[in-house]
Design a protein around this ligand. Sequence first.
Ligand code: SF4
Length: 360
Amino acid sequence: MLHEATLYRPLKKGYVQCTACEHFCAIEPEGMGKCGIRRNYDGALYLVVYGEAAALHVDPVEKKPLFHFLPTQPVLSLGTVGCNFTCQFCQNWQISQSGASAVVLGRPSRLPKTSKAGGQGSGQQAMPADIVAHCRQAGIPMLAYTYNEPAVFFEYACDTARLAHQHGIRNLFVSSGFETLAALEAIEPYLDAINIDLKAWSDTFYRQVCGTRLQPVLRNIEHIATKTKIWIEITTLLIPGLNDDEAELRAMAAWLASLSPDLPWHISAFHPDYQMLDRPPTPQRSLVRAWEIGQEAGLRYVYLGNVHDGHRASTFCPACNTLLVSRNWYTVRQHWREPGVCHGCGATMPGVWAGGMVNW
Ligand code: SF4
């Protein structure tokens, strides 16, 4: 379904500039942005997959991954086709890398703000009201905008998130962190938590492997961690020979710790996928070394993911080393008597540990 975008500005000669992500695509008449789902019709920008979910699944919140945000609670996860990144290792590439090709595009004659004409066929019809109603009926307390980058389907995500908040449902972004500040400002009132991929500490990696840039991602992580109340966790997928250089990992960990030693850092194991089938899976020793580097930098909550390593996926009190939350894959057990409070020494753990649906 076509829906006029909120994040764009008109340019000369019928062009428009999308302001949802840091590509700032200048889109010619009838043209499409890099993400493949935002199109210029008559000098106005339209999201062509509004209300069309390419994926809609219930997951545990640990799968996002968010470890310090309502542990064990279910999340309804929503994504569309299209993405602003072209990561060669993408694990959701069937969704993220099929943009315009997955959408049956036609040329509508007159365009209201929302129109069925023009974009159909990229997934299951699911309007914001349908999604929120489903959460309410099923008692699901959280919605995640994930699988592809939520900035590219921003208006669909934002309308759903706003409605979700009206009904006490929390909103999570799983993001590559390439949103514009305008997009972050618009979603901030409705966004409760975010996991941002920090894919590497090298701009060359971002340009050559993902088709983007590092600097806006760092700016957004810093902005969210230091200037907003949105709960944030970071994920790095460790790819052998590409982003696992020790000096780079040390620099990344030191920078994260400088924002806050309480910022959880997930180090995730790579498995060959999409266009990156020539690399081996991440060896356990590299994961453990990265985990140690995070600890040495002063990060208090460093976690390994995509591997069976219960010890390095669990939460311990940084003050007295008491085991608070044990995890092995998606098996989670909370040991504390009062959520968020260490039963060994009484220290308070950073995060959002209790509460289902809330009244805003
Ligand atoms: S969201 Fe899409 S159209 Fe907009 S700037 Fe990013 S890649 Fe371009």
